[in-house]
Ligand binder design. Sequence first.
Ligand SMILES: C[S@@+](CC[C@H](N)C(=O)[O-])C[C@H]1O[C@@H](n2cnc3c(N)ncnc32)[C@H](O)[C@@H]1O
Length: 457
Amino acid sequence: MATKGKGGPPKLNQFMHPRNPYRTPPSFKKLAMQYPEFRAHCTYDLSGKVRLDFKNCDALRALTTCLLDQDFGLKVDIPDGRLVPTLPLRLNYLLWIEDLMTLSARTDQKCTRIGVDIGTGSACVYPLLAAKQFGWSMLCTEADEISYESAVNNVKKNSMQDEIFIKKNVLDDETSLAEITALRAKEESMDKPQDSQDPPGKAEVELETNDKKDLESSNYIFDFTMCNPPFFGSEEEIHTMNKSKKGRGEPVSVPTGAVQEIVTSGGEISFITQMIEESSQLKDKVRMFTTLIGTKADIKKIKQVLATVSPAHSSVTEFCQGRTMRWGLAWTFDPKLQLNQVMSKKQMANTKPMVMIMPRSLLTAYSVPAAWRMVAKWLHYLKVKVRVFKNTKYFVGAHVKAYKPTWLHQRRKKRELDRRNKEKTHKTEESDDVEISGLKQCRQRVKIKDEVIKNPL
Ligand SMILES: C[S@@+](CC[C@H](N)C(=O)[O-])C[C@H]1O[C@@H](n2cnc3c(N)ncnc32)[C@H](O)[C@@H]1O
């Protein structure tokens, strides 16, 4: 269950993406020691704990820029008054896209992924993280002049001009399409197998043949699009939506960002509706479309809009971080990309365990470890990776519980008891050295020993 903090909504960190590094909160103490610009915003309580004022935009900006530097080696400037991205959410979204792309038929690790970030913001946070952490190339759009300039500078600052392209308008811009098509062609020619002295194994040949077949049949230029759309419909909405909700206490941090960054006419529903409509015209160029959704209440309406363009598959997930939740929607017109195969952490937690009943005839010894050894052997033979989780003894993709019928369990228990009693009677007759089994017998043995000590021969 989520933990409830003092006076605020419950903390949701445990539902963060399993690979999100911020599942373990960063050490403010370490950050304060390393970065004077972060230290300037810190206070210390009586126990010496470092505290940050999350309602101060400058403090939030220092936190994000210092973490980007410390954890990802990214130098980022965010102009005053512009949106300060929080990193746990950004990583949750990118990691989910990474999960979805593993389903893509282009499973070759060598091929560079090319994505589009719609409305990249002044920090250019998604493309920078995507290029640095995942090795993807990104084409981005940014309509706001100040944010555009700042995003271009941030890319230059990190020498990522070969991986990140920023445009004011993108998908209808022939120049950017030409640039990306050229990049894709370059990547593909680089990925072609070089003459090697070792002949490839059978598995490698099969993989390469499948990849080639897939590339031949694919005209996709982009692997995915992503977007954190402007959230609010008006300036008044910013204030009403951020007012404390009953039972949730005061919001922990302040909303950051200029009006033109976070407000759009019609709110996120209208922005996402437009993206969905445009996606059906771009279905041959983009394999997968995704967007962030800021309000739970909007999901139903957005799903209805999505149904009108009849995607082949779609999937909704939730992103949990700190005390806020956001949602992700992905859709594709490619029938091979079964997006709903990727489950969110919450879905995983609610999934019932898979129960396997092992027929006795299959096993020489009918016990849980014996059943597990047999399953593990089959899985090893099938080359299925098995992870053993802390609280589950036996785990195979889903929980695999060895099933023991009660009647059988009781019969075995009775047989064991009979055997012990028989042995006990037998041994007591023979000698005083009673075998230890169970607390009662243990006491009995101690008594016997006591007697031996008291009455030495
Ligand atoms: C909510 S902010 C998200 C910024 C950044 N992606 C992030 O997650 O931190 C939305 C961004 O979209 C930009 N934007 C709004 N309408 C746009 C459009 N039609 N084309 C491109 N960018 C747009 C805004 O200027 C703003 O920077």
